[in-house]
Structures are given as C-alpha cells and as structure tokens.
Design a protein around this ligand. Sequence first.
Ligand SMILES: Nc1ncnc2c1ncn2[C@@H]1O[C@H](COP(=O)(O)OP(=O)(O)OP(=O)(O)O)[C@@H](O)[C@H]1O
Ligand SMILES: O=P(O)(O)OC[C@H]1O[C@H](OP(=O)(O)OP(=O)(O)O)[C@H](O)[C@@H]1O
Ligand SMILES: [Mg+2]
Length: 400
Amino acid sequence: MSLRAPPSSTSSSCSLFPLCPGLHSASRARLPLSVAFPTRIVRCSLLQDQVSVNGGAGSRVSDRNELRLGLPSKGRMADDTLDLLKDCQLSVRKVNPRQYVADIPQLSNLEVWFQRPKDIVRKLLSGDLDLGIVGLDIVSEYGQGSEDLILVHDSLNFGDCHLSIAIPKYGIFENINSMDELARMPQWTAEKPLRVATGFTYLGPKFMREKGLKHVVFSTADGALEAAPAMGIADAILDLVSSGTTLRENNLKEIEGGVVLESQAVLVASKKSLVHRKGLLDTTHEIIERLEAHLRAVGQFTVVANMRGNSPDEVAERVLSQPSLAGLQGPTVSPVFCKRDGEVVVDYYAIVICVPKKELYKSVQQLRAIGGSGVLVSPLTYIFDEETPRWQELLGKLGL
Ligand SMILES: Nc1ncnc2c1ncn2[C@@H]1O[C@H](COP(=O)(O)OP(=O)(O)OP(=O)(O)O)[C@@H](O)[C@H]1O
Ligand SMILES: O=P(O)(O)OC[C@H]1O[C@H](OP(=O)(O)OP(=O)(O)O)[C@H](O)[C@@H]1O
Ligand SMILES: [Mg+2]
C-alpha cells in the first residue's frame, strides 16, 4: 500500500502540522484509500516509503562472509533479548557498552549488531543483516508485508503488547464502544475527518481501510501520543498498549474491534540470506533448536514423587487417571529398591513427570489423592524434542 499523496498536495497551502485542514478536496479525491494526509505527513511518509522500498527492491546478498544478527540496541526489548539468548546458552559478548558490534562465542562466524528495532527491519530488507530479534509490530510496520522477511520464531515470550485504537472516554465518544460505532459517527466528513495520532503510519491507514473508515487523517509523533486528544491535536490514537495504564491515566479507552495487531518479540530473517548465504541455515537451525528447547521448558516443572504400588503398570494407570499428571509423553515409573529383613523389595515406585507451572498445585493435589508422597519439584532447563516443528515450517516456507 502506498501513502503517497498526489503531486498537487505537496504544494498545498497547508503549513501547520497537525492542525492542518489544507488538503484540497480535489486532491483528496485522488488519494488512494480515501485517507487524507496533511502535507507534512505526506512528505514524511514518502521518505519512509523510499527507505524501505529502496531497501527491499535493491536488496542483495553482499559479498561478506560473516553472518549478521541484529539485536535491539536500547529500549525495553534490549535487556530481555540478551536475557533470552543467555538462557539459551548463547550469551552475547560485548566488549564495551557503547560498541555496536559483539559476538556469541557458541556461534562462530556470527556477528551481533546492536541497532534500533526499526533499523533492524530496514537492514534485513537491504541485505545488511540476516537475522534479527524485534517486536512483531516493528516487523509489520517497517516490513510492510515484504515477502523477503520470514518469521523464524513467532513467539519468543517477551515484549507482549498490542497495537490498538483508543478514543477519549468523554465528550462525543462517551457512548462509542466499537469500531463500527466509531465509523458510523456523523461527525467524520471529507471536510472534517477523524484525526488519528500514531507512529504506525503504514499499519494505521491499512487498518482503517479494512474497517471501512473513509474520512481519516493521520498525524505522527515520536512518543506520548496519549496526550494528543486532550491537547486537541487528535480525536483518537493508535499506539501500543501492554498494561493499559497509560490509556487509563489519560482518560482514553480501547474499543471493540480496535486491535490492529497482537505483538511479542520474534526472530525474523531475510529470506534471500537464508537461501543464499553460506552457513546461515545451519546457524538458524541451531538458534531455533536452542530457543524452542528453552521456551518449552520455561513453562514446566519436573515433578518427582514416590508412590506405593504393586507394579509399574498399576502405578502408571493411577497416575494417568488424573488429568494434570499426563506429563509430556506419559509418566516415567521406576522401582524404588529397599532392603527389608535382609531382602531387596519394591514397595514404592518413583514417578517423574513434567507439569505446566500454572498447574503445579493442582498436580500436587492429584498426586496426593492417588497416594503420592515426598513430592520433589525442580525447574526444567531445556526440552529438546526429536523434531523442531518450527525448523520444518521454515524449510517449507523456503521451499526446501
Ligand atoms: N507497552 C509497550 N509500549 C511500547 N512498546 C512495547 C510495550 N510493550 C512491549 N513493547 C515492545 O517494545 C518495543 C518498543 O521498545 P522500545 O521502548 O525500545 O521502543 P520505543 O519506546 O519506541 O523507543 P523510542 O520511543 O525510544 O523510539 C515495541 O516495538 C514493542 O514490540
Ligand atoms: O499500556 P502501558 O503499559 O501503559 O504501555 C503503553 C505505553 O508504553 C509505550 O510508551 P513508552 O513507555 O515506550 O514511551 P514513549 O511513548 O516515549 O515511547 C506506548 O507508546 C504507550 O504509551
Ligand atoms: Mg516507547
């Protein structure tokens, strides 16, 4: 989708942003998707388009031999990304905090480059990075649907948030609670469109078009968007939400059907690099395996308990009769050998199962109910499966 304005709009008399009604209706009529943009924004969008279009179209697999992984250099994703890699035994070795290049000793021939998240996506498109860890929101906004970007792992379990429309709780919006109601408000006309403040100038117009809102104009800012309605600069905002506190504190509300995207951290790759760059597929395979093994284990405990019984089968049956005790592939049941009156006997069996952390207490109760005792609980570090489903998916996406 293009946000380009017709040539005449760039010569519009409008000069004040964002309180700019200056786009002529004739120009507006020629705008794609009936989304009008004040002059300043149009220029800004053009620049953004040029950056990613040049990057995407001109992308090449350069001559370098090293593989490159882009990680967020700052902000809320930076520390969590390094922590995740560390938990996968892929600690990043940074010589000094102001240096933007680092390495991961376990992955030879891989350079780590610290970049702003949006630059990671741009550099994947331009062929200057091969892999990156960023939020899905940033991939979607700056990747603009490029087929060269492949999601290698779509849920890294941090950076959870959603991109959502929010409107004031008060005034003309008091009884508006859904996108349909917002779209049907008589206030929005070609002369007086709904004004939305957002940093997401690609996803925003696309979403509004899909929702059938015709008269919308976008303005952009780098932060504190929640202030825009109270300042009279915008009617609505489109921004990231996680706890919802910022919206609440600014008297704004989300509305039904107003979520553009659910986001969390993802591992994204350049398809061209994966296909053509020597060694990248192997390294990616190793990273996927480590990520999956860690992320699967993170939500589980190992539970060991002793249980009185006559045979392993009978104990297994009792365990499997309880819904929370099935484990990953059923329980391991082993005899516990004791010496009684000089003889080695088996009165107890040890069972080992994996239990989802959320169900720990329920599982302990169920174990006790079937005669379990001496329950030991310990954290799980990795679960390596025979097959990594995401690896097969990746090969499928690459047609390999
Ligand atoms: N509440 C949230 N607000 C914003 N981003 C969030 C939130 N929760 C998770 N994220 C994720 O973190 C990323 C934003 O990280 P960061 O704070 O570094 O960016 P930023 O605030 O846009 O930085 P800056 O404002 O300095 O450009 C988002 O792209 C998103 O994936
Ligand atoms: O739902 P919440 O938990 O309140 O989080 C949402 C807020 O966090 C982000 O801003 P950030 O803190 O990154 O500040 P910024 O606007 O300066 O980027 C986002 O842009 C929202 O304003
Ligand atoms: Mg921010």
